[in-house]
Write a protein that binds this ligand. Structure first.
Ligand code: ASP
Length: 582
C-alpha cells in the first residue's frame, strides 16, 4: 500500500495514528538535525518532520537528499504541530516520519510549482504536466469535470442519449475552414475533421433517437483570435418533435441546473430579447446585462437644433454612465481618445453632465438648452449624478462603437463582476447575412436553420429581411450557446442551398446524404450547442478558456509541449500520396 491517507485528509483527530503517505516534495526546510518537508498530492499538502532526536539520525540524512518534486512514500505518526498553519486544512498536524522511501527523483523543475509561479505562459504550456501539479490549474480541470458531470446528469435525467458521431468526415466549404486528413487508402482523397456534428445529429433525429447529446470535440481552421482554440469542445444537443419554445425551456433548465449545482445560485426565468432589440439597446448580439447603460436613440430630440454635426447623421445614440457626472476634462478626454483609436474608429464623443442639482453642463451647450438636455437624459434613463455620452454616425457602425465604449466603461467602473451571472436568450436572428466581398448571402447560423414561417414569403422578395428560428444563449456578454429549429423538408432545404448560391450539383455533392434522408420521413427537429470551454471558464469566474483545457494550444495554434504541427518524413508523405516521385 502506497498510502493510507491522502495529503489533504489528516486532522487533529488523527493525532497518534500510524499512517503512510505518498506524494511530491514541494518544499524542504533544513534546520540541521530537523528537516521539514511539504508533501503534496491532488488533495493537499501535509507537513512531514524528520527529527534526529525523536527517530533516527540516518533518516534526517536521507531526507537531506530530497529535492523539489521528488516522489516519496513515508510512514510515520500523526502528531500535533507546534506552530499551527490555519491556511491549510491539515495545518494542525504534522507527520513524525519513521520510514522514507524515495520512489522517484526529479530534475529541478523549470518553474516553481506553487499557487503563485514564476513561469511564463509558454514555459508552463511546454511543461503542462508540471503546471497541472499546481493547485489553480488542477482545480480548474477538476472544476471542468464537475461541470461536465452535471451536464451529463441533467441531460440523461431528461432522457437524452449520448451518441458519439464520427470524426473522419467529408469536407464542406461552408462555414470556417476544415482541417483535412489525407487518406492513405484512397489516393488523392481527404477526410475532414468536423466543425460540428450538425448534420449527423440531424440524421440521428431522422433515425428516431428523439433526444441526442454529445460532449464533443469540434475542429475549425480559423485564423486564431485571442483565446480561441483550433479544437474545442461543444455540448451538442438535438431534439425531435419540438418547437423553439421546447428547446428554450429544456436548455434554460440545463443552465439553471448548472448554476444551482455548481454555484448554488437560484436564477429567475432568463430574459428574452430579439436580435433587433439587442442591437438597438446594446449595439451587440451578445449583450452583457449585468449592468444597465442601455442605449437611448436621440435623433428626434437632437436633430434640427442647429448642431450641424448631428443633423446629417443616420443615428444619434447616448448612454448614461452611472455616477460619473464629476468626471474631469482629463477623464473625458481619455474616453474620447479611446473611441478615436483606429480599432474603434469613432469621430469623437459629445458629453453631458447631469449634475446632482439637476442642472446640465455639456460640450454642446451652444446648441442645446437645459430643457433639450433633460429630454436626452430621459431618453437614456439618466439620473442626476450621471454622465451622458453621445455618438453619431452610420447606424451599424455607431452602435458597435458605442457597444465597445459601454463595455470599456463597465470594466473601468468594476461592473463586470465575475460572481454575478446574467444569462439571457437572444431570439429571431436574421436568416441570411449579405457578404459584400462575395456579393452573396451567407447563412447567419448555418444552412440547415429554418426561416420563421411568417417570413417565408419574403424569401423571394427580400431575403435579407427573413428572420430565422434561431436563438443564442448569452451569459455575461459571451455567446455560450446557439442553435435553431431546422429545415426538415427537402424542398425548403434545396431552396435554401439555392439562396446561398450553391448550384444543384454542389448541393447534391455536399449535402445529398441529408436531402436523401429528408425523403424518408424526417421529423420536425431542432437543437443547439454550447461552447463547453467558454461556459466552464465563465462559471469558474475567469476570462481565458485555456486555463480550463488540459493541453491547450498557444495563440498560433501550436502545441508547444509535443511540438505540433510538425513535418512528416518523406516515406509518410509518399504513402499518403502527398509527395510525387520525382
Ligand atoms: N452546430 C451549431 C454550431 O456549432 C449549433 C447548432 O445549431 O446546434 O454552432
Amino acid at each position: 500500500m502506497y498510502r493510507s491517507h491522502n495529503n489533504g485528509e489528516l486532522r487533529f483527530e488523527n493525532v497518534g495514528e500510524e499512517i503512510s503517505l505518498s506524494g511530491w516534495v514541494q518544499k524542504v526546510r533544513d534546520k540541521g538535525f530537523m528537516i521539514w518537508v511539504d508533501l503534496r498530492d491532488r488533495y493537499g499538502i501535509t507537513q512531514l518532520i524528520f527529527d534526529g532526536e525523536r527517530t533516527d539520525l540516518s533518516l534526517v540524512e536521507n531526507a537531506r537528499s530530497l529535492g523539489r518534486e521528488f516522489v516519496i512514500q513515508v510512514k510515520g505518526k500523526v502528531i500535533e504541530r507546534e506552530a499551527k498553519n490555519n491556511q491549510i486544512p491539515t495545518g494542525d498536524i504534522e507527520i513524525l516520519v519513521s520510514e522514507l522511501n524515495i520512489l522517484n527523483e526529479s530534475k529541478v523543475p523549470p518553474f516553481t510549482i506553487e499557487n503563485e509561479t514564476d513561469g511564463g505562459d509558454e514555459l508552463r504550456m511546454k511543461y503542462r504536466y508540471l503546471d497541472i501539479r499546481r493547485k489553480p490549474v488542477r482545480e480548474n480541470l477538476i472544476f471542468r469535470s464537475k461541470v461536465t458531470m452535471a451536464v451529463r446528469s441533467y441531460l440523461s435525467q431528461e432522457g437524452f442519449v449520448d451518441v458519439e458521431t464520427h470524426y473522419l468526415i467529408k469536407s464542406t466549404p461552408e462555414g470556417a475552414r476544415d482541417f483535412v486528413v489525407p487518406s492513405r487508402m484512397n489516393e488523392g482523397q481527404f477526410y475532414a475533421l468536423p466543425q460540428s456534428p450538425q448534420t449527423f445529429k440531424q440524421l440521428l433525429m431522422v433515425g428516431g433517437l428523439d433526444k441526442y447529446f454529445q460532449i464533443v470535440k469540434c475542429f475549425r481552421d480559423e485564423d486564431l483570435r485571442a483565446d480561441r482554440q483550433p479544437e474545442f469542445t461543444q455540448i451538442d444537443c438535438e431534439m425531435a418533435f419540438v418547437e423553439q419554445e421546447d428547446i428554450l425551456n429544456t436548455f434554460e433548465g440545463l443552465v439553471r441546473y448548472l448554476l444551482k449545482e455548481i454555484k448554488g445560485l437560484d436564477l429567475e426565468a432568463f430574459p428574452r430579447i430579439s436580435y433587433d432589440e439587442a442591437m438597438r439597446t446594446y449595439g451587440n448580439d451578445k449583450p452583457d446585462i449585468r449592468f444597465d447603460m442601455k442605449f437611448g436613440e436621440l435623433n428626434e430630440m437632437a436633430q434640427g437644433k442647429g448642431f450641424g454635426v448631428f443633423d446629417t447623421q443616420e443615428l444619434i445614440v447616448g448612454i448614461a454612465v452611472p455616477g460619473c457626472s464629476g468626471y474631469s476634462r482629463k477623464q473625458i478626454d481619455k474616453l474620447i481618445d479611446f473611441v478615436k483609436k483606429p480599432q474603434i474608429g469613432a469621430n469623437g464623443l459629445i458629453w453631458v453632465k447631469y449634475n446632482e442639482d439637476g442642472s446640465f453642463k455639456s460640450s454642446v451647450d451652444k446648441f442645446f438648452n437645459q430643457e433639450d438636455l433633460k429630454l436626452w437624459a430621459d431618453q437614456v434613463n439618466a439620473k442626476p449624478g450621471d454622465l451622458i455620452l453621445v455618438m453619431a454616425g452610420e447606424t451599424d457602425k455607431t452602435r458597435s462603437q458605442m457597444s465597445v465604449l459601454r463595455m470599456e466603461l463597465a470594466e473601468q467602473l468594476g461592473l463586470r463582476n465575475p460572481n454575478v451571472f446574467a444569462p439571457l436568450w437572444v431570439l429571431d436572428f436574421p436568416l441570411l447575412e449579405w457578404d459584400e466581398e462575395s456579393k452573396r448571402f451567407h447563412a447567419m447560423h448555418h444552412p440547415f436553420t429554418s426561416p420563421k414561417p411568417e417570413d417565408v414569403k419574403l424569401l423571394d422578395t427580400d431575403p435579407g429581411k427573413v428572420r430565422a428560428n434561431a436563438y443564442d444563449m448569452v451569459l455575461n456578454g459571451n455567446e455560450i450557446g446557439g442553435g435553431s429549429i431546422r429545415i426538415f423538408d427537402k424542398a425548403m432545404q434545396s431552396r435554401m442551398f439555392d439562396l446561398l448560391g450553391f448550384t444543384k450539383a454542389e448541393a447534391i455533392d455536399q449535402f445529398g446524404f441529408l436531402m436523401n434522408a429528408f425523403e424518408y420521413g424526417a421529423p420536425p427537429h431542432g437543437g443547439l450547442a454550447f461552447g463547453l470551454d467558454r461556459l466552464v471558464a465563465i462559471l469558474g469566474g475567469r476570462e481565458t478558456i485555456r486555463d480550463f483545457i488540459a493541453f491547450p494550444k498557444n495563440n498560433s495554434g501550436r502545441d508547444v509541449m509535443i511540438d505540433a504541427p510538425s513535418v512528416i518524413d518523406d516515406g509518410q508523405l509518399k504513402e499518403l500520396h502527398l509527395k510525387l516521385d520525382l
